[in-house]
Design a protein around this ligand. Structure first.
Ligand SMILES: NC(=O)c1ccc[n+]([C@@H]2O[C@H](COP(=O)([O-])OP(=O)(O)OC[C@H]3O[C@@H](n4cnc5c(N)ncnc54)[C@H](O)[C@@H]3O)[C@@H](O)[C@H]2O)c1
Length: 274
């Protein structure tokens, strides 16, 4: 309780999933919460639950981001915490990638066991369109940069602040169906470390969370990929949004005042070298 008292926190992608859970944990810890999302209906509902405010914001549109941060500045006067969380997984219009992932995995094992050779291939990168690539990079990487840049125009005038960027274990392990997602998430970790070094002198800490597989709407469509992931996760399960929200509370609060440039990865043991 009250670990974030008197703090103003802006969370992108706060309408549902991890962003919404972070919002309610921040609210319970005393923060004034601002939710920014393209899904303004759900963001507005969520904002009511946490006694906060909601804004339509497409993080990949720099002029929209600029406009909203200006409003936030004039209405709230301060910004202590930014959570760059908005994201997509790239399977929204490409469920075929998920079914192929299982099919090709199984075929490759069968072919290798029977003949010692592999004839089936994922071929995701060779078939990826410019649009798919740019959309992924724009939302995750450009969005993180645009929001950080505008947040700093407020945070630079304060005595301290905390920025939390949402990575993923797939930024480290890679995912055979997600070259664009893995590239964006990996780049976010590099951006986190660079800005952590740059902003340390201003007492602005920058850290990342790299979740493992967590039960949210984003992962609900994974189908048989879920079984596969659980089988290679030492804890044999997906995490809950709560598992990520507590990490965010820690990184946002003074409990982590000596922590910057780090990646915390609640992942059930899926990766152990973040
Ligand atoms: N769920 C997982 O297993 C998992 C694992 C690792 C990382 N992540 C990352 O955590 C973050 C949140 O994931 P989630 O599971 O809560 O997903 P989710 O799909 O449940 O929620 C994502 C939110 O981002 C919003 N959003 C999408 N595009 C946007 C844009 N251009 N501008 C503003 N908002 C936008 C959506 O409307 C939605 O409210 C993402 O960055 C995701 O890549 C999730």
């Amino acid at each position: 309780m009250n670990r974030l008292k008197n703090k103003v926190a802006l969370i992108t992608g706060g309408a549902r999933g991890l962003g919404a859970s972070i919002a309610s944990h921040f609210f319970n810890e005393g923060a004034n919460v601002i939710l920014c999302d393209v899904n303004i209906n759900d963001a507005t509902k969520m904002a009511k639950e946490v006694n906060g405010s909601a804004y339509y914001m497409d993080v990949s549109d720099s002029s929209n981001v600029l406009e909203i941060f200006k409003k936030v500045h004039s209405e709230h006067k301060q910004l202590d915490i930014l959570v760059n969380n908005a994201g997509i997984n790239g399977f929204e219009d490409r469920e075929d990638l998920l079914t192929d992932r299982i099919k090709v995995n199984n075929l490759q094992s069968k072919e290798f066991n029977e003949t010692g050779k592999i004839k089936s291939h994922f071929d995701v990168t060779v078939n990826m369109s410019d649009e798919e690539w740019h959309k992924m990079i724009s939302i995750h990487l450009n969005g993180t940069f645009f929001c950080t840049r505008e947040a700093l125009k407020i945070m630079n005038n304060q005595i301290q602040a905390s920025i939390i960027n949402m990575g993923s274990v797939l930024g480290t392990t890679g995912g055979p169906s997600s070259p664009h997602y893995s590239a964006a998430k990996s780049a976010i970790l590099g951006f986190t470390r660079a800005t952590a070094r740059e902003l340390a002198s201003r007492n602005i800490r920058v850290n990342a969370i790299a979740p493992g597989y967590i039960d949210t709407d984003m992962t609900s469509s994974l189908g048989d990929v879920k079984k596969m992931v659980k089988s290679v996760t030492p804890m044999k399960k997906f995490g809950t949004a709560d598992d990520i929200a507590w990490a965010a509370v820690y990184l946002a609060s003074d409990e982590s005042k000596f922590v910057t440039g780090q990646t915390i990865s609640p992942n059930g043991g899926f990766v152990m070298n973040q």
